[in-house]
Ligand binder design. Structure first.
Ligand SMILES: [Zn+2]
Ligand SMILES: [Zn+2]
Length: 254
């Protein structure tokens, strides 16, 4: 098979896979929290504003184009891996079990740092209209918002994993688990319904984790809560919303 045919087919396969993953995961969260548990959660939405008409269809359309761009990154990654240019490894003994587990946490901390600072840059008024406006078109979020970005922002996000596997040894199952975590975390953060229990925002572990209330406030306040998975940059840089703990208390159940 020629190079272009092989990687053309790989690209189409990955684009379908990435978009299907979005539809299935967001659809599952939508079914659980909006359809099956709809009535019990109605009074505890994080945003106080109603969704705009056609917001979900716009988000799904944006997510389709995001999938096409993420598939480009994934195709490049597979090409680099086949040519032996990545540091993805298969034998767990190669770096030991300690490194294998640690590498997952290191990856998340680097991703957090990358995203926090790029996210703040994307809110620069000169940059915002070209890079980050589409994501904030959703003032009130839903599971469908999780993959709705401008093409430029998608590209900034899509290069992260290929660059990381170029410089950091990572076991393929760790990479697979990280990709699942990224998908689930993005969906939870845009749910507009808090799934963590009361006082989790003050728990020794919970206070460092971002959930729907934390990120929902980013969509409504716009200049607070820039983090992705963890709250530490927002706490250190004093960009965490002053309303966070109060709102968390209001939207959680005993
Ligand atoms: Zn933002
Ligand atoms: Zn968001």
């Amino acid at each position: 098979m020629s190079f272009w045919l092989e990687y053309g087919l790989t690209y189409v396969f990955l684009a379908v896979l990435i978009f299907l993953r979005y539809v299935l995961v967001s659809g599952l969260f939508y079914m659980i929290f909006y359809v099956l548990k709809g009535d019990s959660y109605k009074t505890k939405r994080i945003s106080t504003r109603l969704r705009k008409p056609n917001q979900s269809s716009k988000e799904i359309k944006n997510s389709f184009f995001s999938s096409l761009i993420f598939a480009l990154g994934a195709t490049v990654l597979i090409y680099m891996w086949k040519e032996g240019h990545t540091k993805i490894y298969i034998d767990a003994q190669e770096y030991g079990w300690g490194y294998l587990i640690l590498s997952g946490f290191i990856f998340l901390l680097i991703h957090e740092t990358y995203y926090y600072w790029i996210h703040r840059w994307m809110h620069n008024p000169k940059v915002y209209p070209y890079v980050h406006r589409m994501h904030h078109d959703s003032v009130t979020t839903s599971p469908w918002t999780s993959f709705s970005f401008d093409p430029a922002e998608t590209l900034i996000q899509a290069v992260f994993v290929p660059i990381m596997v170029f410089v950091m040894p990572i076991h393929f199952t760790v990479l697979f688990i990280l990709l699942i975590l990224m998908t689930i975390s993005a969906t939870i953060n845009h749910l507009d319904i808090e799934i963590y229990p009361k006082n989790f925002d003050k728990h020794p572990i919970g206070k460092w984790l971002i959930g729907a209330t934390h990120h929902g406030l980013h969509h409504s306040e716009f200049v607070t809560n820039y983090g992705l998975y963890f709250t530490f940059w927002d706490k250190w840089m004093s960009t965490e919303s002053k309303q966070y703990h109060k709102r968390f208390e209001e939207v959680t159940y005993n």
